[in-house]
Design a binder for this molecule. Structure first.
Ligand SMILES: Cc1cc2nc3c(=O)[nH]c(=O)nc-3n(C[C@H](O)[C@H](O)[C@H](O)COP(=O)(O)OP(=O)(O)OC[C@H]3O[C@@H](n4cnc5c(N)ncnc54)[C@H](O)[C@@H]3O)c2cc1C
Length: 520
């Protein structure tokens, strides 16, 4: 491999979100030399602000986005097997009653209005069942169970809901810890020879003969790197990188669509999620979260201004509260909210009239006017691996020695155990480290998988894990995150590598920050 200091790297990737890290990992595994620069922390932008689902996107069926839905559905099980620690199957309950009205303008609703004008504004039961029938079959399920019908008068899933909801369907999708997914891709890229630079902003890029000259500003000051190809995976900043960093005139536009979530105290006891349909034609999820919370989202708002400044507004919070309260028997109020987060979808601007209708599919555009520049627009967490394969396919003509697709079969770090093996792994960890509380052991396996054993090392008692920062976060874990997972600040640890920020006090987080500042 040629390092950037002693020569010209093959790929320089701008952006340490899921798309940049996924592409870096895939490329490194094909034998390419890769350098990646992330201006802050890995996954600090959109890739830690998602709903955290590996999902086909049931609602995209209404937009006839069959290619995207099929690819996403197929991916769910491939990803589940490759990362059984940070992803798991979930069941989604979709309640329905005949009086529901929808103000939606989708290809399906228009077709329905033409064929059956008396149905205008309704989403009949048979249409939902047909959608779920397709959802079950389009993507070749082997692990995930099929859709079933629920009688909500009987099923525990009906208990937290208003009594008017008598009927529901229950279908499968998967959960994923989005920011851990990004970090594990970066780690695996590095293990295969890539150089991952965080806190490093790309400030300039220009073509110099057959390669790119990329200027970065990072902990070591201003530096120049050379690379044969440039990948722009800057997410919401993709257009800014094209225009202001590479200074290229491009007709392609990104549409920034903000999505916010609220986290409430736990609203119900069972472990299933809800898929709620709104009168405005939108949908939201309510998902059991981090043991004692419920996650509700998302909104869909065109975003203007700096994507880094995206916040859940009061209006968005109230929209989500009102939406959920149309379903839950006990109204969900602002007092229930303990946290909120917001992210910006970097969608390809296809000229759609509303934010909800803009395509969620990804678009890769190759500028081959000299050394290649590949721009990444849109995409989903779910399709990141396929997007990376497509990106490498587009770049293949420039790298004839690169090897073929490989990521579908190779687990991410810590994911080398059976997809249904979490309980057995937790038991093993508790046998080897009997001083751990069961909840602590489970959290470690869900975060680090088989690597939890290496993280705990030779510890024979809690005291051997060093300082206790609160909520089961120990010095041993923080050191692991700093040395192996690029964590530099408390925020990286408590909001991205873990979600312990929900359980730690402000004082505990400040103490962690102070400790990390001197531990480095
Ligand atoms: C509310 C919401 C819910 C979602 N839910 C889901 C879901 O449930 N399932 C799903 O599959 N998908 C979901 N998505 C979509 C998914 O989150 C995104 O498609 C994906 O995270 C985009 O990743 P990215 O790598 O392109 O962008 P980002 O994660 O934003 O990464 C881009 C990175 O580039 C860096 N950067 C920018 N400029 C520079 C520069 N000059 N130098 C260095 N670094 C730079 C940024 O700091 C950033 O970290 C959701 C999105 C949103 C907003």
């Amino acid at each position: 491999m040629t390092g950037p200091e002693d020569g010209i790297a093959d790929l320089f990737v701008i952006g340490g979100g899921i798309n940049g890290c996924g592409i870096a990992r895939d490329a490194a595994g094909r034998g390419l030399s890769v350098v990646l620069a992330e201006r802050g922390d890995l996954a600090q932008a959109t890739s830690s602000a998602s709903t955290k689902l590996f999902h086909g996107g049931l609602r995209y069926l209404e937009f006839f986005e069959f290619r995207l839905v099929r690819e996403s559905l197929e991916e769910r099980e491939t990803l589940l097997v490759a990362m059984p620690h940070i992803s798991w199957p979930m069941r989604f309950v979709l309640p329905w009653h005949p009086g529901m009205r929808f103000d939606s303008d989708t290809p399906t609703s228009r077709l329905l209005a033409r064929l059956m004008p008396w149905m205008k504004g309704r989403r009949p039961a048979w249409l939902i069942r047909l959608g779920l029938f397709l959802y079950d079959r389009l993507g070749g399920r082997r692990i995930l169970p099929a859709t079933r019908t629920l009688d909500l008068a009987d099923d525990p899933a009906g208990r937290p809901l208003k009594p008017e909801f008598r009927k529901a369907w229950e279908y499968s999708d998967c959960w994923v810890e989005d920011s851990r997914l990004v970090v594990l891709n970066a780690r695996d890229a590095e293990a295969r020879g890539a150089r991952i630079m965080t806190a490093t902003r790309v400030v300039g890029a220009e073509r110099a003969g057959d390669h790119w000259q990329v200027t970065v500003e990072g902990p070591e000051g201003r530096q120049t790197h050379r690379a044969r190809a440039l990948v722009n995976a800057a997410g919401p900043w993709v257009a800014e990188v094209i225009g202001s960093v590479a200074r290229i005139n491009s007709p392609e536009r990104v549409r920034l669509v903000r999505g916010s979530h609220i986290v409430t105290r736990r609203l119900y006891e069972h472990d299933r999620c809800y898929f709620f349909q709104g009168g405005d034609g939108r949908i939201i999820f309510a998902i059991p979260y981090e043991g004692t919370f419920t996650l509700i989202g998302t909104t869909d708002q065109d975003h203007h201004g700096d994507p880094a400044e995206a916040r859940c507004t009061e209006a968005e919070r109230d929209y989500l509260l009102a939406f959920a309260s149309r379903y839950f028997a006990r109204p969900v109020t602002a007092e229930d909210v303990v946290w909120s987060y917001s992210g910006v979808r970097p969608l390809y601007d296809d000229g759609a009239s509303s934010a909800t209708q803009a395509t969620r599919d990804y678009v890769l555009s190759l500028d081959g006017d000299g050394a290649p520049l590949l721009n990444v627009f849109g995409g989903k967490i779910t399709t990141y691996r396929r997007l990376a394969e497509s990106a490498l396919a587009r770049l293949a003509p420039f790298f004839p020695a690169a090897t073929g697709d490989w990521t579908a079969r190779v687990p991410l770090p810590g994911g080398d155990f059976p997809h249904d093996g979490v309980a057995a792994l937790v038991d093993r960890l508790l046998r080897d480290y009997p001083f751990l509380a069961p909840g602590h052991a489970r959290r470690l396996i869900r975060a680090y998988g088989t690597e939890a054993f290496a993280l705990l090392g030779a510890a024979g008692a809690m005291a051997d894990l060093g300082r206790d920062f609160g909520a089961t976060l120990t010095e041993a874990e923080v050191r692991w995150l700093m040395t192996r997972e690029y964590a530099r600040h408390a925020e990286d640890v408590v909001w991205r590598r873990t979600k312990l920020g929900l359980k730690m006090s402000a004082e505990e987080i400040a103490a962690l920050e102070a400790w990390m500042a001197t531990a480095g």
